[in-house]
Design a protein around this ligand. Structure first.
Ligand SMILES: Nc1ncnc2c1ncn2[C@@H]1O[C@H](COP(=O)(O)OP(=O)(O)O)[C@@H](O)[C@H]1O
Ligand SMILES: [Mg+2]
Length: 397
């Protein structure tokens, strides 16, 4: 029997819960929605833009809420404007994203046997035939903005209209690192992707307080929290290192509630908040979508990398050989079979693409080899903790 009950709806405190409304960002919702007014009037006119801002600024919540509103408006008015959301961390190939678009208009479209070029042509003609418009949101587009992968997807999608002479695809590109976006895309592509921009700022103390209060009302039993507790979390979260990241603030509230509950308290105390905040692994929440989207063996590899650097505090780089060894140890401890060299290589590349590690080529003895480094925001011990948590969450103990 549970003696006390603090959490009435824990799902509402999950970092990926999408709220009904975006507190203090109603104008961003209105602005983003209004960008597509013209598409509703004339589905052959497109408009593409960028949503940018730091982690936890509400970018994903914004685009998902606007996506809902677009679909509602289409249903109400009978307009043929569709919304497709794709997280680039999860949908890691261009092909996958194109298929998702295609399936939106032709649900039974076969998965295999089409090149990107063919898919694009096909999509353009279906949209034209049916007088439709698609708004594609590329969330976490940072994943695609780098030397070896990036430009193609942006280049081709931004020129989608050239297939039929009509422009029936609009893009919302959601980006955290705008400098990189500027650096890796040519100016023509960039300007067609960025007719407008919406900048999401870090949250202030007052804004965090209102967001937390609203979330507490939805997720916690009344009387188990008060103004003092909410203000305390908001105060700390508005300052470094959390620096206005709403995701961190909400997670801290959830952790404090869980702690209070497990200690059998009838409400959250300041001491729970203090512990929750001190245990908060902030870079982990900064890189939340990236870490969240890793596959099982990528997590094992990341754990191996974290442990290598924990055991070798003097090292900046590790050879791939050393990482492979550490990875085999991790696999053994979980009783799983390690993947072969080629696969491991591919996973390391994925981790580098996600921005979670850095890879470099360098001289090793007489030959060349690849070196792996952690990105500077990750502390090996905390990364280890975070990856262990993720693995636990997917059933690994
Ligand atoms: N203005 C807001 N009102 C309510 N909840 C918010 C607001 N901004 C962010 N959140 C919540 O904070 C968390 C992080 O927001 P998210 O949209 O994922 O940030 P980002 O995509 O910019 O990293 C989510 O749980 C989200 O629901
Ligand atoms: Mg996001």
């Amino acid at each position: 029997m549970r003696v006390c009950n603090i959490l009435k709806d824990p799902r509402k405190l999950q970092p990926d819960y999408v709220p009904e409304r975006l507190i203090h960002r109603e104008s961003a919702v209105r602005t983003l929605l209004s960008k597509f007014d013209l598409c509703f009037e004339n589905p052959s006119i497109s408009t593409s833009g960028v949503v940018m801002g730091p982690s936890g600024a509400g970018k994903t919540a914004l685009v998902k809420i606007v996506g809902r509103k677009i679909e509602q408006k289409s249903a109400q008015t009978g307009a043929k404007v569709k919304f497709v959301y794709a997280s680039c961390c999860q949908e890691r190939s261009y092909h996958q994203i194109l298929l998702k678009l295609m399936k939106k208009v032709r649900p039974n479209f076969p998965e295999r046997g089409h090149s990107p070029e063919e898919l694009l042509r096909h999509l353009a003609s279906v949209l034209s035939e049916e007088d439709m418009h698609i708004i594609l949101c590329l969330d976490d587009a940072d994943f695609y903005v780098n030397e070896n992968k990036g430009p193609a997807i942006f280049y081709q999608l931004s020129r989608f209209g050239e297939y039929t002479g009509e422009s029936r695809l609009s893009l919302i590109t959601v980006i955290r690192d705008y400098k990189k976006f500027q650096k890796f895309l040519d100016s023509a592509t960039r300007s067609s992707l960025q007719r407008w921009a919406i900048v999401m700022e870090r949250y202030s103390f007052e804004e965090l307080r209102d967001i937390l209060w609203d979330r507490a009302q939805q997720a916690l039993v009344e009387g188990t929290y008060d103004e003092q507790i909410i203000d305390f979390i908001a105060q700390r979260s508005s300052k470094e290192p959390i620096a206005g990241n709403a995701r961190c603030a909400i997670v801290a509230l959830g952790e404090a509630a869980r702690m209070a509950e497990s200690e059998g308290c009838d409400r959250i105390y300041a001491s729970h908040v203090r512990t929750a905040l001190s245990e908060l692994n902030q870079p982990y929440y900064d890189y939340y979508p990236e870490l969240q989207s890793t596959s099982e063996h990528e997590r094992f590899l990341l754990l191996a990398i974290a442990r290598y650097f924990k055991d070798n505090p003097d090292s900046v780089y590790a050879t791939t050989g050393a990482i492979k060894e550490a990875y085999h140890v991790v696999c053994e401890s979980y009783g799983v079979k390690p993947v072969g060299h080629t696969k491991m290589w591919q996973y390391l590349n994925n981790l580098a693409m996600l921005g979670l590690i850095e890879k470099q080529r360098g001289r090793y003895g007489r030959g060349m080899t690849s070196y792996i480094a952690l990105i500077e925001v990750f502390d090996p011990e905390k990364l280890e903790e975070a990856v262990l948590k993720l693995l636990e969450g997917s059933g690994w103990r």
